[in-house]
Design a protein around this ligand. Sequence first.
Ligand code: C5P
Length: 264
Amino acid sequence: MDFSKFNKIIEGKTKVIYENPNDPDTVFMLFKDDITAGDGVKHDILEGKAQVDWQTNRDIFEYLNRCGVRTHYVSSPEDKVSIVKKLERKINLEVVSRRVAAGSILKWGTGAAEGDRYEPVITQFHYKDDPLHDPMLDDTYIEYMIAAKNSIEYSEARRINAEVFQHLERAFAAFGVQLIDFKLEYGMIKGEVVLIDEITGGSFRLWPFKTDKPNMNQANVLSELDPAGRLDKDVYRMGGDLGAVRDKFGAIAAITARFKELDV
Ligand code: C5P
């Protein structure tokens, strides 16, 4: 498709959204080779990333659609291009769920140690704004907004986050890796909260199991996992070279390509 003839709706850090002239209810989502970290401060072009992210995202969303999750994903008509449902409005939140303590939660002074396991998963809302570093919203306030204002944006996003976590954790575990945490985004379509955006190597942490039969039924599961073998964007965030980052993203795509083998 020649997108130079299409109307561009918005260009983000890793994707461009174009109008679909043949269907007002959907839009085109094009993946870019850009990779960013630190709220966009660190930025590189990683040749081939668009293709690999497109594949990973396609395979994850097709799996989630098969699982019955309400998502914006429709189809992928050609390389690096997906069709998604058009939003009434975007919800300006990053919704993070964690099974295992890693990353920023170790730094806020919560007392969490790397590898602490959360059962059920914990979910936190961040207001999406790079200059403000995506500040986290207070849980008590969220409860109030749900109870007093019936804010389905929060209640539904939290419910869907937990549901998606269960599905993806199970899927990745079938290939010997633990889903540590992830960030998802939501929008409104026909008055309903719907999973949107992309789910790719930059959206989650994935640590390989150390053994064939890890014991995940412990308060801290670090001994069961291999964080040094991580398959995610932390390799880039931690300063790994772009070749290593490309290998990791390729390894993720090789796993998600097999999600179609899974029963739901
Ligand atoms: O950095 P932090 O530990 O809060 O990240 C939690 C999860 O959310 C990680 O999987 C990370 O990749 C993801 N994340 C993201 N986009 C951000 C912040 C975090 O995808 N802006």
